[in-house]
Design a protein. Structure first.
Length: 399
């Protein structure tokens, strides 16, 4: 019932079936009659179906017996039938419509045999883009048992197929970053460099790979700075202002390249022109802190342990005033996923987990310094999925 996948890197049909069966095992253990999913990433994870999430609900349901249905707005039916193999596609005329889509959903799940206690990622469609509507528990007249924690734990450990997609994403992040670094020169602007790099990288990726997952018009390879240019680079999350590059600027880059919905992350601190002694000091400590995290990340420790190792390095080198963020986060179908490499997250590290490693140092008088690499946890350590220079000489842009 899944949409067809790319022969080289797409997730196989059997893997989607296995994911759903694992969720059904939990549903049956909890004596639930079935489950309902509203979140777009969860639906893609269990079915492979990608769609534009708007105020119009798209909902996937499966009974404990295994019968499935997809509910979509009427104008999506033709595309769904053309691009997927869902056997049962239900629809509603429009949102909010004369009859609310959630009322129609109630009849669909009842017809599937989903009655009594129901599992769901949340109790109704989320209130995005102005959506309002009744809860699932209200329209179905049933108790709803939350499934998000179970689903997140499943998503945390990536399969070989998922890791291959993230590795491919990393390759195109690297390509885009090389272009971005080449096009970032004094006198040019953030928009000129980032749009050119993203455009060229996207066309190159599509030219080599062809279909990479039903991209929306806003998807593709991207590379830029999100406003982290000059002193603004000391803001860990800034926004773009089309700033003109100047000699002496510290830059913090970001890249993305979705491959069948999966993401890697590659970021680098760069400097335009020769680095001052203080810039070099903070840059070197940023690289060293990342190496500490690489060494600490392995099966048998916790996320808190990894962040703790980095925090001890910062304390030993009197760098606490420059600290702003935790060491990293998981990544996959979303740019940020659980678990988090944070002192407050005690999730055990397991093989197959994929993390960004990105401890940063931020000085309002100089700028910010952050390298981010994507790694997968192996049986005895980590395997780096991103591969890009991290030394100051390689990341110095001619003034």
């Amino acid at each position: 019932m899944e949409q067809s996948t790319h022969a080289r890197t797409g997730i196989q049909t059997a893997e989607f079936q296995s994911r759903r069966e694992r969720l059904l095992e939990h549903v049956r253990r909890e004596s639930l009659s079935g489950y309902v999913l509203f979140d777009e990433h969860y639906i893609r994870y269990f079915t492979g179906f990608g769609f534009l999430s708007t105020e119009r609900p798209v909902i996937f349901a499966q009974s404990a017996a295994g019968e499935m249905a997809l509910l979509v707005p009427e104008f999506e039916v033709e595309r769904v039938r053309a691009e997927t193999a869902f056997e049962r596609v239900e629809s509603y005329p429009e949102y909010p419509g004369i009859e609310h889509p959630m009322r129609i959903l109630a009849r669909v799940v009842a017809d599937l045999g989903i009655r009594g206690a129901i599992g769901a990622d949340q109790d109704g469609y989320p209130g995005i883009l102005g959506y309002q509507g009744p809860a699932l528990s209200e329209v179905a007249g049933s108790a709803v048992s939350p499934l998000s924690a179970v689903i997140e734990s499943m998503m945390a450990r990536k399969s070989a197929g998922e890791i291959a997609l993230i590795r491919e994403s990393a390759r195109w992040c690297e390509h885009a970053h090389r272009l971005l670094q080449e096009y970032s020169r004094p006198g040019l602007t953030e928009a000129e460099a980032s749009l050119r790099a993203g455009h060229e990288a996207t066309l190159a990726m599509l030219g080599e790979l062809g279909e990479v997952g039903g991209q929306a018009s806003s998807d593709g390879v991207s590379a830029g700075y999100r406003g982290q240019i000059g002193l603004r680079s000391s803001w860990a999350h800034a926004v773009a202002h089309n700033i003109e590059f100047q000699p002496g600027d510290v830059l913090v880059s970001e890249t993305s390249a979705p491959i069948w919905g999966y993401h890697a992350e590659l970021e680098r601190a760069m400097i335009i022109g020769p680095a001052s002694d203080e810039m070099r000091r903070l840059f070197d400590h940023t690289v060293a802190a990342q190496q500490v995290a690489f060494g600490a990340l392995r099966p048998g420790v916790t996320c808190a342990d990894v962040d703790g190792a980095v925090m001890r390095y910062l304390e030993q080198n009197d760098l606490q005033p420059y600290w702003r963020q935790h060491t990293g986060h998981s990544i996959g179908l979303r740019n940020h996923e659980a678990p988090f490499l944070d002192l407050g997250d005690h999730t055990p590290i397991e093989p197959g987990m994929v993390f960004t490693i990105e401890p940063g140092l931020y000085d309002a008088a100089i700028g910010g310094f952050r390298h981010s690499d994507t790694v997968v946890v192996t049986e005895d350590g980590i395997d780096a999925l991103t591969d890009y220079p991290s030394d100051l000489e390689s990341l110095t842009i001619p003034a």
